[in-house]
Design a protein around this ligand. Structure first.
Ligand SMILES: [Zn+2]
Length: 170
């Protein structure tokens, strides 16, 4: 495995170094620093704390590929059936090492990407006790907003979140 675990002292930010993987040799790779980032996020963010009672695994994927004309940076899948037997977890997340390297993603961006994938985890089923997958809060084309503005509630919510995010940048 061509990953190096950065030396870290208590209180320092947790960061995962993106590995340069050979897809033929290592299509997927686990990494200690990525595991540490996962554990850190579940503990750090209140909305993710519940995941500490469940089993989430995260891997680097050598090639993220494309989906519907867009690069796929990561994916979160709930694990069922035969896969569950082998994967031994409730959700499996992968992050695309090739795209993260091409885009020269910062530690902050890799952390945000993993956080995004973790937000896909939810509980479903009649008793709300079975792993499920949550869809995105907003789906849009810039074109529709250009032509029709904030025409539905989801878009107005998105505009409010974006305004707050702009404040964070300042
Ligand atoms: Zn997503």
């Amino acid at each position: 495995m061509r990953t190096r675990t950065p030396e870290r002292r208590a209180g320092e930010p947790v960061a995962a170094v993106v590995p340069d993987l050979d897809p033929d040799e290592e299509p997927f790779a686990a990494a200690e620093d990525l595991d540490a980032l996962l554990a850190h996020l579940i503990q750090k963010h209140r909305e993710l704390n519940w995941l500490s009672e469940w089993r989430v695994k995260v891997l680097w994927k050598a090639e993220g590929g494309m989906s519907r004309g867009k690069v796929t940076l990561g994916r979160c899948t709930m694990v069922t059936g035969l896969l569950k037997h082998f994967a031994d977890c409730d959700w499996l997340i992968w992050l695309a090492a090739d795209h993260c390297l091409e885009l020269e993603m910062t530690d902050h961006q890799v952390e945000a990407l993993l956080y995004h994938e973790l937000l896909h985890c939810r509980l479903s089923g009649r008793d709300g006790d079975r792993p499920g997958i949550r869809g995105h809060d907003a789906e849009l084309f810039f074109g529709e907003v250009n032509r029709y503005g904030l025409w539905d509630e989801g878009l107005s919510d998105l505009a409010k979140v974006m305004a707050r995010a702009e404040e964070m940048e300042k």
